[in-house]
Design a binder for this molecule. Structure first.
Ligand code: AMP
Length: 216
């Protein structure tokens, strides 16, 4: 299974990706996580990406595209992968399409997690994660248990200011790639409002329906 997860910042992509890769036994590729690891490791590549991320800007296509195409060519992606946070621009979608065609493989699904703009800021600014287990929490909607609460951290780009910039980029740069996948019959649109388990069931139900449809 090769799939893409798209949605505005704070839609729950990270949470759902973790469940989906377990369910379908595929490799999770999060471009945001790849950049955060590079920042943590203090590489030059990380330093370059950090400035864009902090401002809520997109890292330039020429950096992201090479990184992802190299990653999906690795042996652990041969049985399938989930791209979480890529593509985010038309140029990224076109580059991915060309690379998959050249490798003579196709995508199975593109899952769009829909959440209205009005709900995004609260979701983003309340988000915290456990650096040990990588579990994502929300201070109000999914608070960390007492034994974890003391060590949770907030992403540097989860401020109200960076959130506005990220949402603006999503509408301007990322939303235009959606029709491309819709026309290809690959798009699965799911309501992202509700408990993570409910959203997961919506996604897997919609994916099964798409598979059945593709098989008939
Ligand atoms: P995420 O964890 O997916 O929210 O990504 C965090 C940040 O990493 C984004 O706000 C961008 O600055 C950068 N980033 C992640 N994926 C991409 C991408 N596909 N294209 C450009 N920038 C990206």
């Amino acid at each position: 299974m090769r799939m893409i997860l798209i949605g505005p910042p704070g839609a729950g992509k990270g949470t759902q990706a973790a469940n989906l890769v377990k369910r379908y036994q595929i490799t999770h590729i999060s471009t945001g996580d790849m950049f955060r690891s590079a920042v943590k490791a203090g590489t030059e590549f990380g330093t370059q990406a950090d400035a864009y991320m902090k401002a809520g800007d997109l890292v330039p296509d020429e950096i992201v595209i090479g990184m992802v195409l190299e990653r999906i060519a690795q042996p652990d992606c041969a049985a399938g992968f989930m791209l979480d946070g890529f593509p985010r621009t038309r140029a990224q979608a076109a580059a991915l399409d060309a690379a998959l065609k050249a490798a003579e493989v196709g995508l199975d699904a593109v899952v769009l997690i829909d959440v209205a703009d009005a709900l995004i800021e609260e979701r983003i600014t309340g988000r915290r994660s456990d650096p040990e287990t990588k579990t994502i929490y929300h201070l109000k909607y999914n608070p960390p248990p007492a034994e974890v609460a003391g060590r949770v951290v907030q992403r540097k780009d989860d401020t109200a200011e960076a959130c506005t910039a990220r949402l603006g980029k999503y509408h301007k740069e990322t939303a235009p790639v959606i029709p491309f996948y819709e026309e290809a019959g690959l798009l699965v649109r799911v309501d992202g409002v509700g408990a993570p388990d409910e959203v997961f069931v919506r996604i897997t139900t919609a994916l099964e329906a798409l598979r059945t449809q593709a098989a008939t």
